[in-house]
Design a protein around this ligand. Structure first.
Ligand SMILES: Nc1nc2c(ncn2[C@@H]2O[C@H](COP(=O)(O)OP(=O)(O)OP(=O)(O)O)[C@@H](O)[C@H]2O)c(=O)[nH]1
Ligand SMILES: [Mg+2]
Length: 340
């Protein structure tokens, strides 16, 4: 499915159903008093948060959403049925902006969170409402009110705890496959990943928590200015709590040394947004299966000294190292939560 993180839609809520004029009849006697019921409220248009989608692409084939009108009131004081709501599922991290005044209407950040963007019209009153000691045969009812209409822009900034940032081919997607159940494509050519992917390290069954990891397309020098694919997707690192820089010194697939890779990556984040640059980070030295252990240890130390952060070794063929990375993800998040 296409990755779409920006979409314009219009929403028209249902009109309220009209009340009616009716009078009770019994055994040939007419006009025994009013019994015209109220209409039903019009259906509203809601957005609801779901982790099922990581893109807005499922809303792409229809840009105009309508909810159903409320039904008319009935005889015997019966109220008309409510119009059916129209519920649109959106990924977590969706911001809703009114296109008319560019005001932010809200943001969906949690599973099941609901936001009404167009409220259904209020129902009309049936003549039963107008009965009084002076008016026994009211010939009055009201129509339902129109539903709200709005044009909005939906903008998605993926919500993830940890963002994987690295050069193309560094092994981000391979690592995400090991860390989580996600199955992003892996290839020995740059820009295999062209859309951000999310994976979850889920330890809830073991009494732990869960951690969402975002694998964004490879970044290169100049990404912040639009080079490669990086620019469009850097924004998806914005909402992460922590960045994991993943570097590959050994496969000959990346022209820069690991230290230089981190320097360039950090520089690109800085150029894109100071906020992103200031986020806590750790480094993953990847593909250590391709060198002697001593060499990997030495480079690990060098990276640690230079960037003053946690540095972990990794290779997809060693589950112990993968486990250590998972633990570091949770440790880093916990530290952030505690505000160190
Ligand atoms: N030897 C070795 N190769 C690896 C390891 N991890 C990934 N690779 C290889 O590195 C290449 C790139 O892997 P990907 O996971 O597609 O890299 P990526 O960073 O997601 O690349 P882009 O999506 O293009 O940015 C593939 O040929 C992988 O098989 C590892 O731990 N050891
Ligand atoms: Mg990839």
């Amino acid at each position: 499915m296409k990755f779409i993180d920006d979409i314009k839609i219009s929403a028209l809520a249902g009109k309220g159903g009209p009340g009616i004029i009716s009078f009770r009849n019994s055994k040939g006697l007419t006009n025994l008093g009013p019994d015209g019921g109220d209409g039903g409220n019009g259906g509203s248009i809601y957005l609801i948060g779901t982790a099922k989608h990581n893109t807005l692409a499922h809303l792409d084939n229809n840009r105009e959403y309508k909810a159903k009108p409320g039904q008319s009131g009935g005889v015997n004081g019966r109220t008309g049925a409510r119009g059916e709501d129209c519920i649109l599922e959106v990924p977590l991290g969706t911001r809703i902006i009114n296109r008319e005044d560019e005001q932010l209407l809200g943001e969906i950040t949690e599973e099941g969170q609901k936001l009404v963007i167009a409220k259904g019209g209020k129902h009309g009153w049936g003549n039963i409402r107008y009965k009084s000691s002076v008016t026994r045969t009211p010939y009055k009812c009201t129509p339902g009110l129109p539903g709200e209409e709005i044009k909005v822009k939906l903008e998605l900034n993926l919500l993830a705890d940890i963002g994987l940032a690295g050069f193309p081919n560094a092994g981000k997607s391979s690592l995400l496959r090991q860390l989580s159940k996600a199955k992003p494509q892996v290839g020995d050519y740059p820009f295999t990943t062209i859309n951000p992917q999310l994976g979850v390290i889920d330890e809830r069954a073991m009494g732990g928590t869960s951690c969402v990891i975002a694998d964004v397309p490879g970044l290169i020098e100049g990404a912040s200015a639009g080079e490669g694919l990086g620019h469009k997707f850097l924004k998806h690192l914005r909402r992460t709590k922590c960045i994991a820089f993943i570097v590959d010194e050994y496969s000959q697939l990346i022209e820069h040394k690991a230290v230089k890779q981190v320097e360039i990556l950090r520089e690109e984040l800085k150029k894109f947004s100071e906020d992103l640059y200031q986020k806590p980070f750790f480094i993953i030295l990847n593909k250590v299966d391709l060198v002697e252990q001593g060499d990997a240890d030495e480079l690990q130390k060098q990276l640690k000294d230079q960037f003053n952060c946690v540095v972990l070794q990794s290779t997809i063929i060693d589950p112990t190292l993968i486990r250590k990375i998972q633990n570091e993800c949770f440790r880093a998040l916990n530290e952030i939560k505690l505000g160190y």
